[in-house]
Design a protein around this ligand. Sequence first.
Ligand code: ATP
Length: 349
Amino acid sequence: MAEIQLRNINKRWGSFVGVENFDLTIADEEFLVLLGPSGCGKTTTMRMIAGLEDITEGEIIIDGKVVNDLDPKDRDVAMVFQSYGLYPHMNVYENIRFPLKVRKVDPATHDERVRRASAMVELDDFLHRKPAELSGGQRQRVALARAIVREPNVFLMDEPLSNLDAKLRVSTRAQIKNLSHELKVTTVYVTHDQIEAMTLADRVVVMKQGKIQQVGTPTEIYDNPANTFVASFIGSPAMNLMDGVIRDGIFEGVNVRIEGLKAADGEVTLGFRAEDAEVAEAGAGQINAPVYTIELLGDAVMLAVKAGGQMVSVKAHKEYRANIGDAVSFSVPPNICHVFEKASGARIS
Ligand code: ATP
């Protein structure tokens, strides 16, 4: 069992607030992703769980035990960082074995454990090599094996894929997901990459300036963003957001009018996703705007159009073709629109 409770955690350095009122229970075996832009407090939160950073206020409880005053080595957590942190003079075998030696684990078990961990990350054939003789992806797998070999209750991973190229990121990402599932280890994973968050997480915590913005499954966060920050941070392309006014169920923005909305009168930010816009025959849609760019994605065509003085993404059928500057006509069904209060950005409907 490794449930992690973060009870109203605050972290301050002098008057600067790094993390504010962070309150969350991470379930046993859950894969939780902390997601947010640079400086939002993800790493600090993780370092507090690891015991590498003092907590200003609040309690961290792992497996029913308050760990605030426990040294990192006495918490049953293993960390994997973006910089692999391997010892250059040791070969792969010795690097993976190192945590067992430090923790004075019975030497008779070392060989079996090292071989099991290295097999899990497919490094069996590389055990004799030094880190300098490995690719970036292989080095990161050594770092993973070194975390696995300890058989910890908790994995903490801080942007472990960011030094890898795009292709390796995808394959290592799948491997991490698979390992965490297979080993049934509670995992807290930090990233600023929303695709990583969406593909890996059981639940995502979206953070901004030290504060939780929303906690939910990837689908909940994508389909029901709690505010405009989450809406614009999740999804590729980001959700289209347009300012305007709703009166009697009619949204009016710059050159944009959408009828049939179920929201009270007021100043709002209206959101819709590129894939929810419906491209229509010339002039037949609610919004008519010139094409700024057109990208062929293979399974679809992504248009950026200039509507009402701002760029809007619209996904069209894969056969759709247009030239830059051509007019495109599209509609936004009112039932798929997200409505946010303009002043606070909070979701209304
Ligand atoms: P990144 O994605 O860039 O790593 P992050 O979300 O992990 O960002 P943190 O490293 O947790 O962000 O930092 C949160 C905030 O706390 C930042 O504004 C950072 O400058 C600040 N901070 C971090 N460590 C300290 C420190 N030792 N003293 C003062 N401020 C700090």
